[in-house]
Design a protein around this ligand. Structure first.
Ligand code: URA
Length: 462
């Protein structure tokens, strides 16, 4: 199965064809001025900009100026959909046999301790769908799925398009990095956004995430849009705006897209850090592990199974996923995925020495500044401060308390796995805010679900 040289297929994109031979190259300075002045770019102007980025005709300084203009002025839903389509068509798309087996995927906007991708890929494959999961590396304080998997000795995250398609056809799932052929415009734009303060822009995030995910040619996508102290979006209202943009864009390209808005005011599960998160994901795949990781994984999986028509009803889909986790079948498939990608699961994961941090006084855990915990993991060496940094997979932290817990002076709060606990201990302790009196109920893990039916947004609680 070859990657499609797909530029013209409007039946897949649902928006007007982006056809390289028809492209008229418009002077970038003129395009930048249009957006600078708050006007809408036409489809052709967006195509011209993206193709100029992808083929290098537009230099970094003009691409960066356009990114800042988009960041400041925003984009309409039409512009955002066209930007996504043009970024998608800057590369190839995966092709799958026409045999009725749905292709699905999940994307998370990123949060501390979020290891659900490791569970979702084998869980969904076990349910009989195909999962070509293209994942990323750590971004800011949140970890990256590829970095986590590389804790497993030998695990390869740089498969070619042919390798990744073959693995999906034989095993049902793969988790790998995006390749140079898939949405190449995003590589360049993302690198520029990272260094020009233009990452947190809803149209740019939408184009970036959706062009990569749509290049997998999925039938259905489930998006975990996180909000709170450990997420990109700090409030549910901001997350809803991003979710609307992602869902609208996916739907406009005929991919059934649902977003779950989920709470990230404290880490998901107990473990934060690469090898520690793999270990916790394995516990969930063996039918154990923390209830929140397990519940979110099952809910995301059930949603995309129903959306892709692989399961008829959400209750049955949820029960099936829970059964498969209990039975060990998901772990088994995970081990086969690890072996297929060169990993040696018989070698034990490595963990740095442990130090416990204890409460200085009695109280209740009122708040957890999850972003600060994420930066502490980076400071231990578990993430990158510069792109070239090499990650220490053995470090991280284990949360021993959650929001609302009562703690007594001297009680262990956090277990650090690191080589220099003095360097980060205070920062970690300061991330836990204790109060004298009991705190309000913590927010529910799943705030709401958002999808589109008949061109209307439908939002349901939990
Ligand atoms: N993840 C992406 O792939 N792109 C973004 O812009 C943000 C998160």
């Amino acid at each position: 199965f070859q990657a499609e040289d797909g530029i013209r297929d409007s039946s897949v994109t649902g928006v007007q064809d982006v056809c390289s031979s028809d492209l008229v190259f418009v002077q970038p300075a003129a395009l930048i001025a249009i957006k600078r002045d708050g006007l809408e770019l036409s489809d052709q102007q967006i195509d011209s900009f993206v193709s100029g980025v992808a083929d290098g005709r537009i230099p970094d300084y003009q691409a960066a100026a356009m990114l800042m203009a988009i960041y400041l002025r925003g984009m309409s839903p039409r512009e955002t959909a066209r930007l996504t389509a043009a970024m998608l068509h800057s590369g190839t798309r995966l092709q799958w046999p026409d045999d009725g087996i749905p292709v699905v995927d999940k994307h998370s906007t990123g949060g501390l301790g979020d290891k659900t991708s490791l569970i979702l890929a084998p869980l969904l494959a076990e349910c009989g769908v195909r999962v070509p999961m293209l994942s990323g590396r750590g971004l800011g304080p949140t970890g990256g799925t590829l970095d986590k998997l590389e804790s497993i000795p030998g695990f390869r995250t740089g498969l070619s398009i042919v390798e990744l398609q073959q693995q999906v056809l034989s095993l049902g799932c793969v988790i790998t990095g995006t390749t140079a052929e898939l949405a190449p415009a995003d590589r360049r734009l993302y690198a520029l956004r990272d260094v020009t303060g233009t990452v947190p822009s809803i149209p740019l995030i939408t184009g970036s995430i959706m062009s990569k995910k749509l290049s997998e040619s999925p039938a259905a996508l489930v998006l975990d849009v996180k909000f709170g102290s450990g997420a990109f979006m700090k409030t549910a209202a901001e997350a809803a705006q991003l979710a609307e943009s992602l869902v609208r864009t996916g739907t406009s390209m005929h991919v059934r897209t649902t977003a779950l808005l989920t709470d990230m005011n404290q880490p998901l599960g107990a473990m934060c850090g690469n090898a520690l998160e793999v270990q916790e994901a394995v516990q969930v795949m063996q039918g154990h592990g923390p209830a929140d990781v397990r519940r979110l994984s099952v809910q995301l999986a059930a949603q995309v199974l129903v959306d892709s028509a692989a399961c008829a009803d959400p209750v049955a889909a949820t029960a099936r996923c829970e059964r498969l986790l209990e039975s060990g079948a998901v772990y088994d498939r995970f081990l086969r995925m690890v072996s297929a990608q060169g990993g040696d699961h018989r070698l034990p994961l490595q963990f740095a020495p442990v130090t416990e941090l204890t409460a200085a006084r009695d109280g209740f855990v009122q708040q957890i500044q999850a972003e600060q915990l994420g930066y502490a993991v980076i400071a231990m060496g578990g993430g990158r401060q510069r792109a070239a940094d090499v990650i220490d997979h053995s470090v991280g932290l284990e949360m021993l308390v959650r929001i609302g817990d009562r703690v007594a002076a001297g009680q262990p709060l956090v277990r650090l796995y690191c080589h220099d606990p003095q360097a980060v201990g205070q920062q970690v302790l300061a991330s836990l805010v204790l109060s004298e009196s009991p705190v309000l109920e913590p927010l529910p893990l799943i705030h709401s679900r958002l999808t589109m039916l008949d061109h209307q947004f439908v939002q349901q609680a939990g």
